[in-house]
Design a protein around this ligand. Structure first.
Ligand SMILES: [Ca+2]
Ligand SMILES: [Ca+2]
Length: 179
């Protein structure tokens, strides 16, 4: 889950363009609820899927996200975040991504601080048929086999970098062992 990126703050666990969380405690007002206040004092911008008024359960989805699914949004080129994971089994994994992207873009990954991939192209989920302008940020899709990564058993740190265009929402990465 991208919104469960590492602790440690700006410059250590992530880099974000502004110190404000534009989702938690802002777009989603601080009302005492877990969903609205999740990591509201962090710079990474977090929101969650809403199934009302066809926000994230809209007819332009290419994949249906779960309701109440946290995601990292308000992404800009140059931003990144670390995800420390406990790998149960050494294997070659394929990685799927649940996301939205209203203009396409590029991301890349590091593994344990070393470059893992070059620029990975993210397909746009823009759909001119949608009459609601802001909903271009809410057309969910899955990119299957986005990358392949050889992971060793134990604790590993993955970094997701936003390289170009931004405006992508990242919900989760799903790892499937290939070997
Ligand atoms: Ca921010
Ligand atoms: Ca941001």
């Amino acid at each position: 889950m991208c919104a469960y990126y590492d602790l440690g703050g700006e410059g250590m666990a992530y880099h974000d363009s502004d110190a404000k969380n534009n989702g938690s405690g802002a777009l989603n007002p601080a009302d005492g609820s877990y969903l609205n206040q999740f990591r509201m004092d962090e710079g990474v911008d977090i929101s969650y899927t809403k199934f009302q008024r066809q926000i994230d359960d809209n007819p332009y989805n290419l994949a249906q996200p779960p309701v109440g699914q946290f995601y990292v949004g308000w992404t800009e080129p140059g931003e990144w975040f670390n995800m420390t994971v406990e790998v149960e089994r050494s294997a070659l994994y394929t990685v799927d991504l649940l996301y939205t992207s209203n203009r396409g873009g590029e991301i890349s990954f590091d593994l344990n601080g070393k470059k893992l991939t070059g620029a990975v192209n993210i397909l746009s989920t823009y759909d001119a048929a949608d009459p609601v302008a802001w909903r271009q940020w809410h057309h969910w899709s899955v990119m299957n086999d986005l990358i392949e990564v050889k992971l060793r058993k134990g604790v590993q740190v993955l970094t997701l970098h936003v390289l170009s265009k931004g405006q992508m929402n990242f919900a989760y990465l799903e790892f499937k062992p290939k070997t």
